[in-house]
Design a protein around this ligand. Structure first.
Ligand SMILES: CC(=O)N[C@H]1[C@@H](OP(=O)(O)OP(=O)(O)OC[C@H]2O[C@@H](n3ccc(=O)[nH]c3=O)[C@H](O)[C@@H]2O)O[C@H](CO)[C@@H](O)[C@@H]1O
Ligand SMILES: C=C(OP(=O)(O)O)C(=O)O
Length: 429
């Protein structure tokens, strides 16, 4: 078990490289199942534990993968006979594994995937994914902890309206529809940039998807897809996390090649708080003010404020002068980090899906444990401005979505290190 030890008080400065997006690469890797002809090469692949899990899962399905970790590239070949079953071992490690279901169903007419279950941030059902598959003509059965979908005679295009613009359901149904007979329209879809990235690679593979980035997708089914080459989109959540780190530490940080259009809701809130955000030739520069103004935040599907930036933003709200409100509307249980932040002197009051935060907080260093991926990042951020030393454990969550987080912060001037511990909590490195 590792832990990060951070001593607060340093201003961050310099520039930081941002990886490819976890939430783009995972469905894109799943999409390569659809290519029954030729290989697909992905560039800008982030070295994250979730990517290694998807890699293992796809290998289980008999997709041939060559992961060149030195060059952040991956070659995937699903041109042979692939298998239809995604076992619990992989799905239980990563909910996003559910996005193999649409491609398997489309390609094989049969998919069997372990039910992903919930996680720390919510119950996360998959009813919208399954309703979409049914409307494309699939029969769904749930048994023994698995969900199984059959479409022996192939899927048929249809008009589908999603109850909620679910990111995963949009991706799964869009991928399934690429090989369906006829035309599919999907309304009230998610509009995230990662959906657009997925539609872009599907089209390079020979699919006919239009409308990505709007609330209505149109997909004209084709009989076969083929391999291609694609550069994975930059991670707007990793970029946003470093933007918050700069703002919090009164720092001056350049987010290299940062794409401001994907982080507009965050940038607007940072500016309201008194943070300077400049779009430069080589990225986004973020300069933190001496004193942060408090603002209220409400998470929403894209282009609203992203729930994946909520825990990090909460630390900034806690640091700002005065009280502020944060309302989480996407997940029903995404406040777990507050318990740990209270150990660092945060004061707040939770009322249903809203928390009232009492700033400015004099964070004090403490031993804290990450409860999920973005909570892990938020605790490290709080440690950057805490008085004394903060130790963050349970880093398996951090590694799902951040590559080299402590080293990147260190290069920006933070007093931070990662320590490897053995079972007896003894330092091994
Ligand atoms: C790998 C990936 O891309 N993960 C992202 C994706 O997760 P994910 O695709 O799981 O998120 P969804 O958009 O599907 O979920 C949003 C909400 O809809 C609910 N829901 C979803 C599907 C369904 O069939 N029924 C249902 O009720 C969920 O429980 C949740 O409360 O989008 C989330 C919302 O932006 C992000 O936080 C995650 O980082
Ligand atoms: C919730 C997240 O991811 P996932 O859907 O993979 O759990 C996240 O990236 O913050």
């Amino acid at each position: 078990m590792d832990k990060i030890v951070v001593n607060g008080g340093r201003r961050l400065s310099g520039s930081v490289h941002i990886e490819g997006a976890k939430n783009a690469v995972l469905p894109i890797m799943a999409a390569t199942i659809l290519a029954s002809n030729g290989k697909t090469k992905l560039n800008n692949v982030p070295l994250l534990s979730d990517v290694y899990i998807m890699n293992e899962l796809l290998k289980q399905l008999d997709v041939n993968i060559n992961f060149d970790t030195k060059n952040n590239s991956m070659q995937l070949d699903a041109s042979n006979d692939i298998l239809y079953k995604a076992p619990l071992k992989y799905v239980s490690k990563m909910r996003a594994s559910i996005v193999v279901m649409g491609p398997l169903l489309a390609r094989l007419g049969h998919a069997k995937v372990a039910l992903p279950g919930g996680c720390a941030i919510g119950s996360r059902p998959i009813d919208i994914h399954l309703k979409g598959f049914e409307l494309l003509g699939a029969t769904i059965k749930q048994h023994d902890g698995y969900v199984e979908a059959f479409a022996e005679n192939g899927l048929k295009g249809n008009d589908i309206y999603l109850d909620f613009p679910s990111v995963g359901a949009t991706q799964n149904i869009m991928m399934a529809a690429t090989l369906a007979d006829g035309e599919t329209t999907i309304e009230n879809v998610a509009k995230e940039p990662e959906i657009v990235d997925l539609a872009n690679i599907l089209n390079k593979m020979g699919a006919h998807v239009s409308g990505a980035g709007t609330s209505k997708l149109k997909i004209k089914g084709v009989s076969q897809l083929h391999g291609t080459e694609h550069n994975v989109l930059q991670d707007r959540i990793e970029a946003g996390t470093f933007m918050v780190a700069a703002a919090l530490t009164h720092g001056n940080v350049l987010i290299e090649n940062g794409e401001s259009q994907y982080n507009e809701p965050l940038i607007a809130k940072l500016q309201e708080m008194g943070v300077t955000v400049k779009i430069e030739d080589h990225g986004i520069r973020v300069i933190g003010p001496e004193k942060l103004t408090s603002v209220d935040i409400k998470t929403l599907p894209y282009p609203g404020f992203p729930t994946d930036m909520q825990p990090q933003m909460m630390v900034l709200q806690l640091a700002s002068a005065g009280s502020s409100m944060l309302t989480e509307t996407v997940f029903e249980n995404r406040f777990m980090h507050l318990g740990e932040l209270s150990r660092m002197n945060a004061k707040f009051h939770i009322n249903g899906q809203t928390v009232i935060l009492d700033g400015p907080t004099e964070f004090s260093g403490a031993e804290v444990s990450a409860t999920d991926l973005r909570a892990a990042a938020a605790l490290v951020l709080a440690g950057l401005v805490a008085d004394g030393s903060t130790q963050v454990t349970n880093l398996k969550y951090l590694d799902r979505g951040y590559y080299d987080f402590h080293d990147k912060l260190k290069r920006l001037g933070a007093d931070i290190k990662r320590i490897c511990l053995d079972e007896n909590d003894e330092v091994t490195e």
